[in-house]
Design a protein around this ligand. Structure first.
Ligand code: BGC
Ligand code: NOJ
Length: 809
């Protein structure tokens, strides 16, 4: 069942009922000021840090689930109250539509011939959300309604806001001046920032005290002020400051009016905080208000925003004849990659914005999905990440976005982390050609007195693996590898002990075949980088170590029909036929196959066949089988989940693309594309009632076949899934991939997609690629500007040039 449709021309998803199976959200902002907005207007916004600078209050896991946001109440002359966003009053509307676009959302509700549209976005270069209301009288009689807006302020620090009531019910303060409400919680002391809410019209009244607006025992659906039809002009003193304006709106038949609300964030220099004692300096706020006081300014800012996205998304464009594939590749997958880049794992409807910092492994992998869109920012990100690495090559598992410092709570010891830095850096250099990044002097652990060129960081990453091998010569897993829940040294019997950071066993025995696979797949990138720097001996040494690891995997990491997952603390196998549960895991099948371990000897094919036979389901490939039925002390969190959920045999969408890529590498395009379609959200639109999360973005996990709710997704938006699926579809299925010495053109997508054309910008040149695809499994014949070439590498062309490529595949 569908709840809307894609509008491909406008790059929007159009939701046609407020009753979607879960709140379907969008993100506003792309620089410093960000908002989350659901199809019912719910959500919140923040300046740079979702925990420390949150402007609007949002109650996670609430009843109903999506409560609090940007609300507008329409009160008709007969006392009926409704919202264009349907929520929170939920009066039935004659029509409802929510259009989530790239960086903006339009929600329109109509009732009895009155149409009210909310347009919300963050204009480029401004720290504000614009909420423009368009009211149109589509009837034949004049209409007079009262309009009440409502926002609830968060007291900046979202954690404190939800926990420290003994203090924070005393500290809220506001100022009201005409049509502007200023929220100045803690501005009297250490904060130099405030928020304001403005409307570009004279108001009939306002409210800033929550209890006055609602009445103590009322909810969002029946606030006193709206029911009675009259603002109380309340001025908050402590408790919970809100911002509400009351407006009287008259509309002649056919008349349309636009009203612009601005929710802004302002920082003042310390010495310019006050206009006079107790009165905040509003100069900067007035500038922002001025910039959006007219609807034409709003339109111009929206056009600018759209043009920005057009520019970005034109970097990679396909026209394949499959509209679902096109909309994933051209719009929604890269859009999600950008959002994931901006947010990391901080703020979504599943991530509370007060939790984790930026992950070392997550950020490196996220980069794979946006490096072609914003290479300068990828460069900066790489340096930030590398600055949190320790001198021995290990890394802080997370760092804080505001301070860019490593997070002590999470600590280090996730032994896959260092290798991802090599992968991210290699992807950046291949995309841009900017090998100079390797000479950037980058600190270890942010210590300015201990710096080394980025290349040295990569070297230490590489050797961190070989210097930390276990009894079988395989990499030690540490606290966990990519699978955060495979905690082989944790042995936790105490509730509340964090699985990720507890190590009750100290030992150097638990080994990861997954990290071995990563080493064999990513190690050669390090060798190539060394070679290109003239370090032939180093490159040779690295290649030998990679070869040795590959052999070790075949000796100690092969279970007969697939790659093993790990050896536990006691040296027992994990992911083997010998195990009762957890006999086969997806991660090593994906990574060891991508690495080509035993490619010639048929191991890869065998492993991938085992994936198909044992892990494939109608909704995607599950993480392992059989699911763990009981808690295993020696395995950790993975066995804590009920069967079918999360790492315990859920469909982890992040690693499905590893199998997809591996399938393309052995030329099985049909199988690869089939796996792709099983989890790509646009293909799941028809089963939205089962899948439940947004049909335009990936979710981290879909419940596996052991779960009661098989096929149901959770944790949409912020997941490495976005980047890896973009890599799989753009570089392997469609087959256009920047390599060290040219743009590789080698589609392996099977027979379903026949002819297709693709435009790819890379290093300033534009490649126009036409593919005649007969599903030849990676065997290609290329013509560059009409002339046949050998192999699949199109030489990089000078910036500004256009290259015509014809490909038979
Ligand atoms: C989740 C993982 C996550 C980890 C760290 C676990 O509960 O299952 O997916 O990476 O927590 O936050
Ligand atoms: C989510 C984490 O962000 C990611 O780093 C990890 O690899 C996956 N969970 C799998 O456990």
């Amino acid at each position: 069942m569908r709840y809307g449709n894609f509008d491909d021309a406008r790059k929007e998803y159009v939701i046609t009922t407020p009753k979607t199976p879960y709140p379907w959200i969008n993100y506003l902002g792309s620089d410093r000021f960000f908002g989350l907005i659901s199809h019912q207007g719910g959500g919140y916004c923040f300046y740079r840090d979702a925990r420390l600078r949150r402007l609007l209050r949002f109650r996670y896991n609430n009843v109903p689930t999506d409560t609090g946001g940007r609300y507008f109440y329409v009160r008709e002359a007969d006392g009926t109250v409704w919202n264009p966003t349907f929520a929170p009053v939920k009066t039935e509307l004659d029509s409802f539509e929510c259009r989530h676009g790239l960086g903006y959302t339009r929600i329109t509700g109509k009732r009895r011939g009155l149409s009210v549209e909310l347009l919300a976005f963050v204009p480029n270069g401004h720290d504000a959300e614009i909420h423009q209301l368009t009211l149109k009288n589509e009837g034949t009689a004049p209409r007079e309604v009262k309009l009440f807006s409502l926002l609830e302020f968060c007291l900046w620090n979202a954690w404190d806001d939800q926990t420290n009531f003994q203090r924070n019910l005393n500290t809220g303060e506001v100022e009201v001046l005409g049509s502007t409400i200023y929220h100045k919680h803690e501005y009297r002391e250490r904060r130099n920032h405030f928020a304001f809410y403005h409307v570009n019209q004279p108001v009939a009244g306002f409210d800033t005290d929550r209890e006055s607006f609602f009445g103590l025992y009322n909810g969002f659906h029946d606030p006193d002020v709206v029911t009675s039809g009259k603002s109380k002009n309340s001025v908050a003193s402590g408790w919970s400051p809100i911002a509400s304006f009351g407006l009287d709106v008259k509309l002649a038949p056919g008349e349309e009016k636009k009203i612009v609300f601005v929710l802004g964030y302002v920082e003042n220099p310390k010495e310019e905080k006050w206009e006079k004692p107790g009165v905040i300096n509003k100069k900067r706020a007035e500038g922002l208000i001025e910039a959006f006081s007219k609807p034409e300014q709003v339109t111009a800012a929206l056009e600018k925003l759209k043009a920005g996205w057009e520019g970005l998304l034109s970097t990679y464009r396909v026209s394949s004849g499959d509209e679902k594939l096109d909309r994933m590749v051209n719009v929604w997958n890269p859009y999600q990659c950008m959002v994931t880049f901006n947010m990391s794992r901080s703020a979504s409807y599943f991530e509370s914005g007060i939790g984790r910092g930026m992950g070392f492994r997550d950020s490196n992998q996220d980069l794979l999905g946006f490096v072609h869109l914003v290479p300068e920012r990828a460069r900066e990100r790489i340096i930030d990440i590398a600055s949190t690495q320790f001198p021995d090559g290990s890394a802080y598992h997370q760092y804080q976005p505001l301070t860019k410092r490593g997070n002590h709570e999470a600590g280090s010891g996730f032994n896959d982390d260092p290798l991802w830095l090599i992968l991210g850096t290699a992807a950046y250099i291949k995309e841009t050609g900017d090998a100079a990044i390797l000479d950037e002097s980058v600190p270890f652990n942010n210590d300015e007195n201990n710096k080394a060129p980025l290349f040295e960081h990569l070297k230490r990453s590489f050797y961190h693996v070989t210097e930390n091998l276990g009894p079988h010569g395989l990499p030690l897993i540490g606290r966990a590898d990519w699978n955060d829940c495979l905690n082989l040294n944790c042995f936790s019997e105490t509730p509340d002990e964090p699985y990720q950071t507890t190590e009750n066993k100290k030992g150097r025995t638990a080994e990861s075949i997954f990290i071995a696979g990563m080493f064999v797949a990513i190690g050669p990138e390090y060798a190539t980088i060394a070679e290109k720097r003239g370090l032939a001996d180093e490159a040779k040494k690295a290649r030998e170590l990679v070869k040795k690891m590959s052999e070790t995997v075949l000796t100690h990491g092969w279970d007969g029909d697939w790659y093993l997952r790990a050896y536990d603390f006691f040296g027992n196998k994990v992911g083997s036929k010998e195990c009762e549960d957890g006999q086969i895991f997806i991660e090593p099948q994906g990574y060891c196959s991508m690495a080509g371990i035993g490619l010639e000897s048929g191991h890869v094919k065998k492993a991938l066949d085992s994936v198909k036979a044992r892990l494939d389901t109608k909704y995607g490939i599950v993480l392992q089988q059989p699911a763990y039925k009981t808690y295993h002390l020696e395995l950790g969190e993975i066995s804590s989940y009920p069967p079918g959920y999360k790492e315990n045999a859920g469909i982890f969408c992040h690693n499905n693309p590893w199998v997809i890529i591996a399938e393309t590498m052995i030329g099985r395009g049909d199988q690869a594309f089939d796996y792709y379609k099983k989890i790509a959200p646009a293909y799941l639109e028809e089963i939205s009632d089962v899948h439940r999360t947004e049909p335009y973005v990936y979710s981290q996990m879909i419940a596996g076949r052991d779960a009661v709710r098989h096929g149901e997704a959770k944790n949409s938006w912020l997941t490495g899934t976005a980047a890896w699926n973009f890599v799989a579809v753009s570089q392997y299925l469609l087959g256009v991939k920047p390599e060290w010495d040219g743009l590789s053109v080698k589609p392996v997508i099977g027979k379903e997609i026949g002819e297709f054309s693709l435009e790819r910008r890379c290093r300033g040149a534009t490649y126009k690629i036409r593919v005649k695809n007969q599903g030849r499994g990676g065997k290609v014949a290329l013509k560059v500007n009409g002339k046949p070439i050998e192999g699949h590498l199109v030489p990089y062309a000078p910036s500004g040039s256009t290259v015509e490529v014809d490909c038979e595949a």
